[in-house]
Design a protein around this ligand. Sequence first.
Ligand SMILES: [Zn+2]
Length: 226
Amino acid sequence: MINHHPNTSILVDFVAGVLPASISIMIASHMDFCRQCRQQVQVLTEQAAALEFEPLADSLSQSSQTDNFDIDHAMSMIEAITEFDIDTQVSLPQTVTEIAIGKLRIPLPRAIKSVALKEWQGLGKLSRARLDVQDDERRMSLLYIAPGGSVPCHTHQGFEITLLLQGSFEDEMGQYHQGDFIWLDGKHTHQPVTTAGCVCLTVSSDAIRFTQGMSQLLNPIGKFIY
Ligand SMILES: [Zn+2]
């Protein structure tokens, strides 16, 4: 069961199309898993379309009373036009529809199937592959943490969005499962640990900062994850 969702103001921005590309992809990917957010986006899209449409409907009804104006038909036309189609937003030559870890095949969200995936790099139990999304300083990656792996205790200089694609992990704030959308920033300090292993889609706007022990020794991990 999904317990962590994007908040309503992010979904409003998603519908309005004003989010940076990488964050839009994260929302669309979460919606692959989450019926609740799909329904909320549907409602928000209808509301936004109705607001856009109201003045037009008024002027049309004043100018031509005899027109049999079908607002439902118009609404469905607008929906068809404004329907979110991430596939047309990012079109890069290489497509990856699933990743393989051992015998496990993990399907990727539709929103990243047309984004080029760079090669995997490993550091201990962590493996990371960047996604080729040009979005200023924000970096998008697939992160695999092998069973028993963890990321040392850290906080965030920018923000970090994690979408859990497969497996589970836990930290000081709780347990996370497939589909959970977790947005953390400098207000949060945590040490994610996974017993069974997990695959996440992440967006980070800056490097993480380790908070315990000889943190400078951990900097390579921080750079690796960002
Ligand atoms: Zn949701």
